[in-house]
Design a binder for this molecule. Structure first.
Ligand code: HAM
Length: 422
């Protein structure tokens, strides 16, 4: 026997329930985001490496340890996208979407790639859905983004009780440098109580130390200076306005001064939604924030923007933990069955006609017996089976069987559609 193969470590095939789940997430995104005026964008799955090193930041884990970077046959360094925001911004600059103060609301869905240690809810190829509002300065845009994310999760069937919305402000170019420095000094003072990684972060990316999952580091970082005490007047005002709008909308949130997110492009508002069960430590089902400097980092003009992305695998696990069943298919499915070989052509023709009229129609193409056609119909969840036998052919109609109550009756072809769509 020849060797057979499995999907690479940290990847998974989407099929059956997970494929249906992914379709459902995309369809719901289209509906919810569409109501806010978002349009789709699809960017390449790989970009010139610099789009990510400059966009996300050299000192982040994503760029430092997790990127799939390689040289293509032409000697260019390219990277499989670890996230989609940098690519969207690169595309917006290239297409001049936000020139002269224009705004754009874009959303995407697709695979992302990070070389991380795989575990439940953490993969090397994972699927994200995200939205980016480009050219937005007002705190209302931050609030709208957060409310849309929340609406999306509830539209999917996640209960409000199971989710926690965390918000924070990361400051901006005016106030963050000094704050970073104060956290760096704090880390140096407490380096003996911190893990090696966190101690080293004083020099590379001090705010990342807030993200460490080790209990001893968490306890120390609890006492670190808080960004909320270090915001400049403009950032403070922006933050107050965001929170006021969220309050007025009646959404519950927690201010989490330790929420720093893993990507360097954030300024001011950041947010994350976490779930309490079903996911263990990988409990963030989505997150995002404002990135007022990213356009300039990628060679564009200043274009304040905000966005989020959600992780499909984690949402599907969270839905499963809440017993939301995505496996059931409510579609009306019709199965056309042949009683004998003489009716195969008539079955084929009727199936084609019903599809032409918009019905999901299945039929057997392998000359199976009537009994196994019924089995197939049952397995596919068909609501009706239309049987064509000798008698039906003579009388110019079909026998229709309701698979739920097993009732059968003879109908003429003309009335089938009316009867099925009733
Ligand atoms: P992120 O927090 O890195 O943000 O990822 C967003 C979501 O993607 C996470 O909350 C998580 O649900 C999911 N995710 C991330 N890594 C993995 C993984 N290895 N396996 C499974 N799921 C994962 C961003 O990517 C930003 N681009 C979000 C954003 C958009 N900010 C502004 N605009």
């Amino acid at each position: 026997m020849t060797q057979s193969y499995n999907a690479p470590k940290g990847t998974a095939d989407l099929l059956g329930a997970s494929a249906r789940g992914w379709d459902f997430l995309q369809q719901t995104a289209r509906e919810v985001f569409g109501r806010y005026g978002y349009e789709s964008i699809y960017t390449p799955i790989f970009e010139q490496t610099e789009v990510f090193t400059r966009g996300i930041g050299e000192a982040t884990d994503v760029v430092g340890k997790e990127m799939y970077t390689f040289e293509d046959r032409g000697g260019r360094s390219v990277t499989l996208r670890p996230e989609n925001t940098a690519g969207v911004v690169r595309a917006a600059i290239q297409a001049r979407l936000t020139d002269n103060g224009a705004q754009a609301k874009l959303y995407y869905a697709g695979p992302q790639f990070r070389y991380e240690r795989p575990q439940k809810g953490r993969q090397r190829q994972f699927y994200q859905i995200g939205a980016e509002a480009l050219g937005q300065t007002s705190p209302l845009a931050d609030a709208e983004m957060i409310l849309m994310l929340w609406e999306y999760f509830t539209a999917l069937g996640l209960s409000k009780r199971s989710m926690r919305l965390l918000v924070n402000s990361m400051g901006d170019d005016v106030c963050r440098p000094a704050y970073r420095e104060s956290v760096a000094s704090f880390i140096r003072e407490h380096s003996s109580e911190l893990c090696e990684d966190c101690a080293r972060r004083a020099d590379t990316n001090p705010l990342r130390a807030f993200d460490c999952k080790k209990p001893e580091c968490r306890a120390v970082m609890d006492k670190a200076p808080r960004i909320s005490d270090a915001l400049c007047a403009d950032c403070q005002q922006h933050n107050d306005a965001v929170l006021r709008t969220l309050d007025a909308a009646g959404i519950k949130y927690e201010i989490d001064p330790k929420l720093v997110r893993g990507l360097d492009y954030y300024t001011r508002t950041v947010f994350e939604v976490q779930v309490d069960h079903g996911l263990g430590s990988q409990n963030a089902i989505g997150g995002g924030g404002r990135y007022d400097g990213l356009f300039q980092d990628l060679g564009g003009k200043e274009t304040p923007s905000i966005g989020f992305a959600v992780g499909a695998e984690r949402i599907l696990l969270a839905l499963e933990a809440e017993d939301v069943d995505l496996t059931k298919n409510d579609d009306l499915i019709v199965y056309v069955a042949a009683a004998g070989d003489e009716q195969r052509d008539a079955v084929f023709a009727l199936a084609m006609e019903l599809r032409g009229r918009g019905l999901i129609t299945l039929s057997d193409l392998q000359n199976r017996s009537l009994k196994s056609q019924f089995k197939q119909a049952d397995k596919a969840g068909a609501r009706y089976v239309l049987i064509i036998g000798e008698e039906e052919q003579q009388r110019g109609g079909v026998t229709i069987r309701n698979m739920e109550n097993k009732e059968e009756r003879f109908v003429t072809p003309g009335s089938i559609i009316k009867m099925l769509t009733k």
